[in-house]
Design a protein around this ligand. Structure first.
Ligand SMILES: *Cc1c(COP(=O)(O)O)cnc(C)c1O
Length: 369
């Protein structure tokens, strides 16, 4: 077969060879202990589990193949494995100043206490990489939807002797494959679009470097940052529809971004798929699709509240990548430097015309007061 398309890839990812009489879709292995003996591939659930391997094989195929993937209990467990599993006292790490709001305090509070110097850089740059051991990028960034040039920063970082890890949560591997642009590691919260139904927490780290993979996996085993087998199985089941979900989410996001950009009460919109977004040229070089998440600045907190009350489709929720549209007013959490009316909008798989009509009514209602 020629190179399979994303729909074929996602729906068949991780498939085992057919064995007559065995289930076509093996279920989760819920036992934590395994019979020992010659040829046994499992012994104890914290070390490994056939259900993790199915998910890891599937995600690895989406990440571009030839990779070692380790599934984690959540996105933060994956980030912790990279930061704490790879850095030691005396190292310097560069993290995004505008990325996921839990990564900053984790690094600033806990890494700093262990003797690791933490430097921050805005996602589009500039990056000060001198003496850095590791650069953690997040593109597009959550919640600002800014973008960094992966190939350029990876080249600069490698010249400076630093490893590059990319938090690829917003894009998913079908949106962009950071390893193909030179990143040493890619990680994600698969709680979001990859699993995509707002019903589980899970994450992963992938790398083509066997030694790095070994350290990441050892960190998981030592700390017990493992996903539940049932969650791993749910994630595998869910990613079969990733191509379909992303396609609708991205067309919804472009339509909603265009709607918002045309409204005078909306002072800013960021979506890398908008042709006049400042990140569009760089995003177009490295993203295969622009995803379902956008950000916008609405007049104030009360406006957002009125809009949410008037919308029948958009829920006030603080996650993204779900099949249902969600809007999160980020200033309520206190971790991001954003205006009171700043919202991250995650477009679901509703029909585009329905979503645009619903949000238009909601914006009109919010404007009327
Ligand atoms: C949600 C998120 C995380 C954390 O993932 P959890 O699964 O909630 O632990 C990390 N990075 C980004 C960009 C996220 O959006």
């Amino acid at each position: 077969m020629s190179v399979p398309g994303d729909g074929t890839l996602a729906s068949h990812a991780g498939e085992r060879d057919a064995v007559a009489g065995e289930p076509a879709r093996p279920g989760p292995v819920l036992s934590s202990i395994f019979h020992l003996g010659p040829g046994a591939s499992d012994s104890y659930g914290r070390a490994d589990n056939p259900t993790y391997r199915d998910l890891e094989r599937a995600i690895g195929e989406l990440e571009g193949g030839g990779v070692y993937t380790t599934a984690f209990a959540s996105g933060m467990a994956a980030i912790s494995a990279v930061l704490f599993g790879l850095l030691t006292a005396g190292d310097t790490v560069v993290i995004p100043s505008d990325g996921y709001y839990a990564t900053r305090p984790l690094a600033l509070d806990r890494l700093d206490a262990l003797g690791v110097t933490v430097r921050q850089a805005p996602t589009p740059g500039p990056y000060s990489l001198d003496g850095a051991a590791l650069v953690l990028l997040e593109t597009p960034s959550n919640p600002g939807m800014d973008v960094c040039d992966l190939a350029a920063v990876c080249a600069e970082a490698h010249a400076a002797g630093a490893l590059v890890a990319v938090d690829n949560t917003t894009a998913t591997p079908l949106g962009q494959r950071p390893l193909d642009f030179g990143a040493d590691l890619v990680l994600a919260s698969d709680t979001k679009a990859l699993s995509g139904h707002g019903d589980l927490l899970i994450g992963h780290v992938s790398t083509r470097d066997e030694a790095l993979a070994g350290r990441i996996r050892q960190w998981r085993s030592w700390t017990g940052a493992i996903p539940g087998p049932f969650e791993a199985w749910l994630a595998l089941r869910s990613l079969a529809t990733l191509d379909l979900r992303l396609e609708r989410q991205a067309s919804n996001a472009l339509a909603v971004a265009s709607l918002l950009a045309a409204r005078p009460e909306v002072s800013a919109v960021r979506y890398p798929g908008l042709p006049d977004d400042p990140a569009h040229p760089v995003a177009s070089k490295q993203m295969r699709r622009f995803g379902g998440v956008l950000s916008a600045v609405l007049p104030d907190a009360a406006f957002v509240e009125r809009m949410l009350a008037a919308s029948r489709l958009a829920a006030a929720v603080t996650s993204f990548g779900d099949v249902r549209t969600g809007i999160d007013r980020r200033a309520q959490w206190g971790g991001d430097v954003v205006p009171e009316g700043f919202v991250r909008i995650s477009c679901g798989i509703e029909d585009t015309a329905d979503l645009v009509a619903d949000l238009t009514v909601a914006l009109d209602a919010a404007l009327a007061g």
